[in-house]
Design a protein around this ligand. Sequence first.
Ligand code: ATP
Length: 373
Amino acid sequence: MSILIENISKHFGHFQALSPLSLDINEGEMIGLLGPSGSGKTTLLRIIAGLEGADTGRIKFGDRDVTNLHVRDRRVGFVFQNYALFRHMTVADNVAFGLEVLPRKERPSPTEIKNRVMHLLEMVQLEHLANRFPSQLSGGQKQRIALARALATQPEVLLLDEPFGALDAKVRKELRRWLRGLHDELGFTSVFVTHDQEEALELSDRVVVMSNGHIEQIDQPGALYASPNSRFVFDFLGNANVFEGKVENGKWHNGKASIVLPDAAKQKDGQLYIRSHEFFVSKEPTAHANLPLRVIAINPIGAEVRLELTPIDWQSNDVWEIDLPHKAFDKNCFEKGQTLYVTPKAGYFFAHDAQKPVLLSWETEKVKTADKA
Ligand SMILES: Nc1ncnc2c1ncn2[C@@H]1O[C@H](COP(=O)(O)OP(=O)(O)OP(=O)(O)O)[C@@H](O)[C@H]1O
């Protein structure tokens, strides 16, 4: 079922929670609504569900205009963060609930309900827990039951609000994979809310990045990561270091630090955003950059080592984070308190007078040569 969202806006009193926004969701697509707290994700999801009315605009499911339809007539499935299972009912009764409350004309027979519940429990691989109560389940199991319950009425649209927010990282990852598999197998259309960029990028066919009640960018995960179209999106997708530079003699300067402008750069003042893995690190400045930093922390994180650094004799608002493969780290034997120099390999430049960034790259070979010199 496709979903068309057209000029939807929402006020709570004088506060504008959603500016008029539009979004076209294809049948069978999985869409992640990503944004910081208060950006309007849940409000938009609730308006799609019919739990909240919009001030303006309309919503269509396929050819059906559902703008004024009651939540129960929209036929959507929901999953919330806090499981929302009925504590006094068994797992099987919880899953059957949506079917039991259907109007008599639409309600399947008791045998059919029983069969459908068992099938759903098999699908979420928890048929052996049919007679347990929610208090006897783990968080991950509860959430799978919540999903089975949401799917019982065979909705064509599934809406999920931070479905895995309360779970630990490992279970979260497992459930994500499993939800994606189920989505692909059953072919429903899903919209889920998250403030976790990794979750959004991993699960979604397209990600909708929201801030302050409007849409900043809609893109496939790869495109979003490769071409963030604003500072906000860049910041929100994480792990960027920002160098604020003023142009002088073909270089960006900031205090005693400098970066040579690559050929493609316009001679403009602005901010260079560099991702944490886009650096060479050395014990001396290179021909391309003189960015001295002091090591304040060293944290091994999985396949990489993250160095936290503060500028020496230049200004930056944030601590810098640089991720190095273990090999590169071991070769250099960096220690806390030590001074080192970083050279960007690539970065996004936002000129002060521009909204959109330019992707810049320093030719790798040249930097390497300079590094060795
Ligand atoms: N019923 C309400 N009454 C008044 N203000 C509300 C109501 N619901 C939401 N808001 C406000 O609207 C804004 C958007 O809220 P919303 O819950 O949609 O954000 P969100 O992006 O989902 O945030 P979070 O990630 O924290 O859940 C917030 O500033 C919130 O305080």
